[in-house]
Design a protein around this ligand. Structure first.
Ligand code: SAM
Ligand code: SF4
Length: 335
């Protein structure tokens, strides 16, 4: 059997890929410490990135091959001038459409989200404390983000909040984050700090799934209810008894969810990454511009996907900076 004989996007380990995350840009209106290298990233000419039409054309190829869910991400997807046109174009592909955003521009896109049937909005929120939030994001947008989160809730969007948990930065806020789910129908996700190019990763700065749950169980004895996770979920979900919302932990460092991975990533410059941690990329945009057949390239990339974290099978591999620094920075991948 070879890569071309499959109809669905199946890899050598039998994993079917039906979920595509498209990064719309490497630019962002925040500078989160764990994502954007301190010195920023080199901004490249616009011609190196997908145009409105190219995003839609490439997405259409994936949909033809069985992709049924697309999430827009970045950088900050909503800073693109044509974000509205892209969302409208993708909404015609008949897939479930979702978005990850830092929330700053959400109020300007509410009608676009509604008409594109985007119901699920993920927002980064690393602190409930204004000063702390502003120091992590190196900007002053806390009030705007909080106000937009409340607007989304009022409008009945399904809101997930993401916090990258870092020791001495926001780990003391885990219980505040969980208490935020008491009266809000919100899903708060705590992400283990992951290594990417230029983010000064050191596992001593991170908090593991196990450490987080030990603290939670100590704080809410007998009240932590484990919820059922869906097959492709990358997180372990919980609810505190009587609370409206839920919380979860994404443990890509200590306990990766690679066995059931169904995700592919398209970077803003049109490269297919078959894994968040993969160092290999397939240049779909170049091929599209040369009039080449895109589908065999997609099959090939999926077929060659490694079983675990782009080949970094063990925690030691992932911690090895020779390996983990070969990947792009998160801002340039699209989280
Ligand atoms: N700008 C949007 C946002 O902030 O949600 C979308 C892009 S952002 C790269 C997507 C997600 O990646 C965010 O939830 C962010 O917290 C997460 N992320 C970025 N760098 C990370 C890291 N080093 N470890 C874990 N998660 C990270
Ligand atoms: Fe921007 Fe999102 Fe990265 Fe923060 S996590 S710098 S908001 S892309």
């Amino acid at each position: 059997m070879n890569a071309k004989e499959h109809i669905s996007l199946t890899d050598q380990f039998g994993r079917v890929h039906d979920y595509l995350r498209i990064s719309l840009t490497e630019r962002c209106n925040l500078r989160c410490v764990y994502c954007m290298p301190e010195q920023g990233i080199v901004l490249r000419p616009k011609s190196q990135f997908m145009t409105t039409q190219e995003v839609i054309q490439l997405a259409t190829h994936f949909v033809d091959l069985g992709v049924n869910k697309i999430r827009l991400t970045g950088g900050e997807p909503l800073v693109r001038n044509d974000a509205k046109e892209i969302i409208e174009g993708l909404s015609k592909l008949g897939v479930q459409l979702a978005i990850s955003t830092n929330g700053i521009l959400v109020d300007k896109f509410l009608e676009t989200f509604k008409s594109a049937k985007i119901r699920s909005v993920n927002i980064s929120l690393d602190s409930l404390n204004e000063e702390k939030f502003n120091s992590v994001t190196r900007r002053q947008e806390f009030q705007k983000v909080m106000s937009n989160i409340h607007t989304l809730l009022k409008e009945n969007f399904h809101v997930k909040l993401n916090a990258v948990i870092m020791k001495g930065v926001n780990d003391h806020e885990i219980m505040d984050f969980i208490n935020f789910t008491k009266n809000h129908n919100i899903h708060f996700r705590f992400i283990e700090f992951m290594p990417f190019n230029g983010n000064k990763w050191d596992w001593n700065k991170g908090l593991s799934y196990k450490e987080m749950m030990e603290r939670v169980n100590l704080y809410f004895p007998g009240k932590v209810i484990k919820l059922e996770d869906k097959k492709n979920d990358t997180s372990k979900s919980y609810r505190i008894e009587g609370y409206k919302g839920t919380f979860a932990i994404i443990s890509s460092v200590t306990n990766p969810f690679c066995d059931t991975c169904n995700r592919l990533r398209l970077t803003a410059d049109g490269k297919l990454k078959n894994c968040l941690f993969s160092q290999n990329e397939t240049d779909l945009l170049g091929a599209l511009r040369n009039g080449a057949d895109i589908k065999p390239l997609i099959y090939e990339s999926v077929w060659n996907k490694k079983s675990v974290r782009g080949g970094m099978d063990t925690f030691e591999d992932l911690s090895n900076s020779d390996l983990n620094q070969k990947n792009r920075s998160m801002i340039a991948i699209g989280g």
